[in-house]
Design a protein around this ligand. Structure first.
Ligand code: ADP
Ligand code: MG
Length: 265
């Protein structure tokens, strides 16, 4: 098995002083008010521990994506503070920050005129890896997400199913072994059967690498199945952080969960 280089590879942004299980990302009284005066997030206090997979679950429009996008500064908070590894992200160089924080979204936006291998290699290419190291890493990652390199490397995105494209997106995000990975409805485009497989494969890779993951979903089952912990959102922020995701099903945390379970589970 491969060992991870979190915190020791100079390209990953320097040594980390945080031990597994300690707080890696902290939101303190965070607020985001967009220019049109929409308050997407308010009074948000949230901790993400190193090496965990934290699920943010809640209905549409309650600020989950905004919360995620503040971590890599695609959205800038208008109040409060977010620290990564103890450092205020607003005083971190945005490019250096994004090197440490990978991002996977539902419609992965693969480059249509590049092959699968070239898509996965995009990021290491940017940070200056040589060709041989990049090729080896690409093949390793494709195998990890269940795409045999000899079959898939040379295909183009239009020659893949939605689920296969999603796998390429995950492989691309993992390419530089980011200490932190933000995932916004990452398995949404995958058919239900493929989704279950991809979820459990992803979980295995994530715990093997020790990657700290924040994953957004509106699917309670996905939250229960994937999360080490779950943060339940309702409009504008976290209602409750739950250490034992299964408890979501027996002890609904709020109306959202209650309604959700009441309606057709
Ligand atoms: P979720 O991911 O939980 O569905 P979002 O974080 O995307 O919710 O959105 C939270 C709220 O902020 C919504 O009311 C949404 O319309 C609003 N919002 C999101 N992005 C913007 C933006 N760029 N400008 C203005 N309002 C936005
Ligand atoms: Mg969203």
């Amino acid at each position: 098995a491969r060992t991870s280089h979190h915190g020791t590879d100079p390209k990953s942004g320097g040594a980390s002083s945080v031990a597994p299980g300690d707080v890696l990302i902290r939101f303190e009284d965070v607020r985001k008010e967009f220019r049109n005066q929409t308050v997407a997030v308010t009074d948000l206090d949230l901790e993400v521990r190193k090496g965990e997979l934290l699920v943010l679950v809640g209905p549409s429009g309650c600020g989950k994506s905004t919360t995620l996008r503040m971590v890599n500064r695609l959205v800038e908070p208008t109040g409060g503070r977010i620290t990564l590894d103890g450092e205020d992200i607003m005083s971190t160089d945005a490019v250096a920050l994004r090197r440490r924080v990978g991002y996977v979204i539902q419609h992965v936006g693969l480059f249509p005129h590049r092959t699968v291998a070239q898509n996965v290699a995009t990021v290491p290419g940017l940070v200056g890896w040589d060709r041989k190291r990049t090729k080896a890493r690409v093949e390793e990652l494709l195998a990890l997400v269940g795409l045999a390199p000899e079959t898939y490397s040379k295909r183009f995105p239009h020659e893949l199913s939605g689920g296969e494209r999603q796998r390429v997106g995950v492989a691309r995000a993992l390419a530089v072994d980011p200490p932190v990975l933000l995932m916004d409805e990452p398995f949404g485009a995958v058919d239900p059967e493929g989704r279950r497989r991809l979820q459990s494969e992803f979980r295995r890779i994530q715990s093997e690498l020790g990657t700290t993951v924040m994953l957004v979903t509106h699917d309670i089952d996905e939250a229960v199945q994937l999360g080490d912990r779950v943060a339940v959102f309702s409009k504008g922020g976290v209602i409750e952080q739950i250490d034992t995701p299964l408890r979501l099903l027996s002890q609904p945390a709020n109306d959202f969960v209650e309604n959700f379970i009441g309606s057709g589970r």
